[in-house]
Structures are given as structure tokens and as C-alpha cells.
Design a protein around this ligand. Structure first.
Ligand code: HPA
Length: 233
């Protein structure tokens, strides 16, 4: 059933979906990695496509930036379209000296400064974790391809331009590997609705060294991340 944000019909979207933040990246993935591609959404230019990867059905759709945006699209993919495996493919900033630009992080868990969980009125704090099945599969795929990955906890932040620019060090001290703005909501919704989710992130910048990835480097590390994600289909 279509929604105010997604015009796809019932069976247009496959059980496994890759979720980049940028809808143009969804288009790039569909055009460069998939065959038999069919576009299912263009409401708000939040492009979504289904196609095949090595003969297997897979979809890819943008989520926009931030927990509210991915919260809308992921909720609908799960509840309106029966999607079972939601794999975020995004970028993040590194909080650790030993994690460099271009490195890949598998988000075993996601911490947050967001209030997203408050809607559930839990009598305590909630640990947002990835699907063990997707995580262990992704680690195996990376090992088999000789791609180094870092596995651990990340921060899904509501704030990009922080008024207290050094606050990231508090999270770094707690072992947080890096920062992005979406994965926490994905893990909460996957947990609530009993589906599988994983965040796979490429490090685009480092808060430690202040280095940023170049356009060319972005392409290569991005390809590794997408190939890991697509092998999960
Ligand atoms: N902060 C938040 N989100 C991000 C960053 C960052 O430094 N880099 C990539 N996504």
C-alpha cells in the first residue's frame, strides 16, 4: 500500500533493501551494481529502485539525513512493504585514532543523543543493536574479500554543527568508533517490528586527524561497502 512518502505498489519493494542517505547514491547503486532495474519511488525525489544482484532480488532507496527522516522511510518499508532486511550504507566521521578515512565500520550497536526512543515509554534505557545474523554475515563477506572492517558501537547524532565542538571526545572515551545520524532509529524500529537491520559505514572524515576523503577515494571505499551490502541479499 502506498504512503504519503512512498508511491511503490505492494510487491515493488524486495525483502532486502540498501539504504543510503542520499537518493542520488541510491540511483548510482541501481545503475552501476544492479540489473533489471525498476524505479518505484520519486516522491520528494527520494528515489527507490528494485533490481537484481547476481540473480537475487534487492531494492535500494534513499533515506534522507537524520533520525526523523530515516524513521519515516524505515517504518513504512517494514510496516507497509514487508521489508525484512534493512541495510544502511552510509558515511560517518571517525572518533578513533586507529580508524582512518576510507575505513569501513560495521555498526554492532548505535548510541544516540536523540529522543526517538521516548515514544515507547520504556522503564529504562534501550540498547540499539544490529541484527547478529546480518552482522556476522557481513563480517564473513568482508573477511573473504580481504576487506578490513571495524566492528563496534557508533553514535547516531541529532546534531551536525555542535555548539560544543569538543563533545565528541566524551563519546570517543566510551569506545564509540564514529558518528553518523541515522542508524539508531533503524535498529530501534527493526527491534520493535522483529526484522533485521545493519549499518555499514565508510569513514568520510576524521574528528581526530581532521582529514577528509577525496572524491576518488570515496568511490573505491564506497564500492567495497556496497559489495558487502549487496552480498547480504
Ligand atoms: N558527523 C555526522 N555525520 C556524519 C559525519 C560527521 O562528522 N561524517 C559523515 N556523516
Amino acid at each position: 500500500m502506498s504512503t504519503p512518502h512512498n508511491e511503490a505498489k505492494n510487491n515493488d519493494i524486495k525483502e532486502t533493501i540498501l539504504l543510503p542517505g542520499d537518493p542520488l547514491r541510491a540511483k548510482f547503486i541501481a545503475e552501476n551494481f544492479l540489473t533489471d532495474v525498476k524505479k518505484f519511488n520519486e516522491i520528494r525525489n527520494m528515489y527507490g529502485f528494485s533490481g537484481k544482484y547476481k540473480g537475487k532480488d534487492v531494492s535500494v532507496m534513499g533515506t534522507g539525513m537524520g533520525i526523523p527522516s530515516i524513521g519515516i522511510y524505515a517504518w513504512e518499508l517494514i510496516n507497509n512493504y514487508n521489508v525484512k532486511n534493512l541495510i544502511r550504507v552510509g558515511s560517518c566521521g571517525s572518533y578513533q585514532e586507529n580508524i582512518d578515512i576510507n575505513d569501513i565500520i560495521l555498526a554492532q550497536g548505535a548510541s544516540t543523543n536523540s529522543n526517538f526512543i521516548s515514544q515507547f515509554n520504556l522503564p529504562g534505557t534501550f540498547s540499539a543493536i544490529s541484527s547478529f545474523e546480518l552482522l556476522s554475515k557481513a563480517k564473513n563477506i568482508a573477511d573473504n574479500k580481504n576487506i578490513k572492517v571495524n566492528v563496534g558501537n557508533i553514535l547516531s547524532s541529532d546534531i551536525f554543527y555542535n555548539d560544543y565542538p569538543e563533545v565528541w571526545k566524551k563519546w570517543a572515551e566510551m569506545g564509540i568508533l564514529g558518528v553518523e545520524m541515522e542508524t539508531y532509529a533503524l535498529y530501534v524500529l527493526a527491534s520493535k517490528y522483529n526484522v533485521d537491520a545493519l549499518g555499514i559505514l565508510t569513514v568520510s572524515d576524521s574528528l581526530v586527524t581532521k582529514k577528509e576523503i577525496s572524491a576518488k577515494e570515496r568511490e573505491n571505499s564506497f564500492t567495497n561497502m556496497i559489495e558487502i551490502a549487496l552480498e547480504l541479499a
